[in-house]
Design a protein around this ligand. Structure first.
Ligand code: SF4
Length: 474
């Protein structure tokens, strides 16, 4: 729509961050935590969060994966005690939706009965195939286990932010480079010892490197950082650390630090784990599935021999134990149950949050917008970039930067290029203008893409101004 780019009257940019007015919260009924839940904490079984469709619980099992029996029990509990909707988050957690206060005890009991033990304490994330993937540089799961023990034995226990995240990444096919973390350890390719790059506050590309250390020293390095965080205060995050003074406490960084930067494989489709084993990567459509569809799929997968299911990047479920000759049949069955099963499915490039109907903070129907994007903006979806559809500035579905982020506001949408949902937008569009803006962005790529160029490269070359101009002209 011509002239759809307008600065929304009640939207401001402060210090490069998009801010919407404070009274928005009251007007739109922003998510209110239950009394037991402190803002900034995670919605656990004991402290679920009130959302638009009831209480929400986020669950991270302490085991690398769940057996088919356990996942079936989880799905049955989600349907019995909630509205049956199950989401896989960007960090590979399960989210169960639509519970009521009186249903929480039953849900907790059923999860306990299934032998699913939620992880407690500091979240330490490792790639899903760590320990199984012959192409990884190091076994991150083993190092993470030693780190967890070291943290557990600290006395006194440091008081740390509830959302503090540590990533230990040994490389391999499915890495966690795109996820932001307060503290990262990444395996470094070295001809002698196994070394780990210690860095803070960011993704693999943006985190600040502090040191390169052998395993035990890397664990001590993380403990040093946790002590520094605790000294700042119980809400301190990696970005609050003083990188320069911490660097001085470690051996000088070597000039050339090579960590595994190979392009990660897609988590969707068949992922080979050496010559003899493989896993099946499936993405619930836009990261969400109903329990009854998951149960239908689990029946088929178990019959075919599935043993274990893990969560992974791209909001995926990774099925282990299936014989290779049945993979095609299982993929077809999974598609029938509501999964995205192709690595080249354009829908994989779209990351919508829960949106209206599920989240009281949402200003638009993100999943409807995702369908519109596939319909009118397919030129953007060539696998080279992600489009993050965020119902508000919180950015739950994709906390890291994306090439394009559409942020909902009371009066319209903010369009962010190469940033996160709270970054400074290049343009604002009004409520009725979203579908036409998506079409404009697709057309911009279609008309300007050079031979051999991807959509991402094209948009990067054109730059923010050209994108803003195109949106303004419609
Ligand atoms: S990002 Fe989406 S799911 Fe998260 S609070 Fe905002 S509207 Fe809700």
């Amino acid at each position: 729509m011509k002239g759809s780019l307008m600065v929304a009257a009640d939207t401001q940019t402060i210090n490069g961050q998009t801010r919407f007015p404070q009274d928005e919260a009251a007007r739109y009924g922003v998510e209110k935590p239950l009394p037991a839940m402190v803002r900034g904490a995670c919605p656990s079984l004991s402290a679920p969060m009130q959302t638009g469709d009831g209480l929400l619980v986020r669950l991270r099992p302490s085991t690398p994966g769940l057996s088919v029996r356990q996942l079936r029990a989880l799905a049955e509990a989600a349907e019995k005690h909630g509205n049956g909707l199950i989401e896989i988050t960007a960090r590979g957690n399960f989210q169960l939706r639509g519970m009521r206060p009186h249903s929480m005890a039953g849900l907790a009991a059923d999860i306990d009965r299934a032998g699913i033990v939620p992880e407690r304490g500091v979240a330490i994330e490792v790639p899903p195939f760590s320990g199984l993937d012959p192409s990884e540089s190091a076994d991150a799961r083993a190092l993470a286990g030693r780190l967890r023990s070291a943290i557990g034995s600290l006395d006194p226990k440091p008081l740390l932010a509830a959302k503090l995240a540590i990533i230990v990444d040994g490389g391999g096919q499915l890495v966690l480079d795109e996820l932001s973390a307060d503290i990262r350890l990444k395996a470094v390719i070295s001809s002698n010892d196994q070394l780990w790059k210690l860095s803070i506050a960011g993704t693999h590309a943006t985190a600040i490197p502090l040191a390169v250390l052998p395993g035990e020293q890397a664990i001590s390095g993380v403990i040093t950082l946790l002590d520094a965080l605790a000294a700042i205060g119980p809400r301190a995050r990696g970005r609050d650390l003083d990188a320069a003074s911490l660097k001085a406490q470690f051996p000088a960084l070597p000039d050339l630090v090579h960590s595994d930067t190979a392009l990660p494989a897609s988590a969707i489709g068949i992922v080979a784990l050496g010559k003899e084993h493989s896993a099946l990567g499936l993405r619930p459509a836009f990261g969400r599935i109903h329990a009854r569809d998951l149960l239908r799929f689990l029946d088929l997968a178990e019959t075919a021999g599935a043993l274990e299911i893990r969560t992974g990047p791209e909001h995926s479920l990774l099925v282990l134990g299936l014989p290779g000759d049945l993979a095609k049949d299982i993929l077809a069955a999974a598609a029938d149950c509501g999964f995205q099963t192709r690595a080249d499915d354009p829908a994989n490039d779209i990351i919508p949050c829960s949106g209206t109907g599920a989240c009281a903070s949402a200003h638009y129907a993100t999943r409807k917008a995702a369908a519109d994007l596939i319909d009118v903006g397919a030129d953007l979806l060539d696998g080279s970039l992600k489009v993050h559809l965020s119902g508000c500035t919180k950015g739950c579905a994709h906390p890291s930067p994306a090439m394009l982020t559409i942020v909902g506001a009371a009066t319209g949408y903010a369009i962010v290029v190469n940033g996160s949902s709270s970054s400074e937008p290049v343009a604002y569009i009004h409520k009725e203008g979203l579908k036409s803006a998506l079409a404009t962005l697709g057309k911009l790529v279609r008309n300007n893409k050079a031979a051999g160029e991807s959509a991402r490269q094209c948009l990067k070359r054109l730059g923010r101004d050209a994108i803003a101009t195109a949106l303004r002209q419609g």
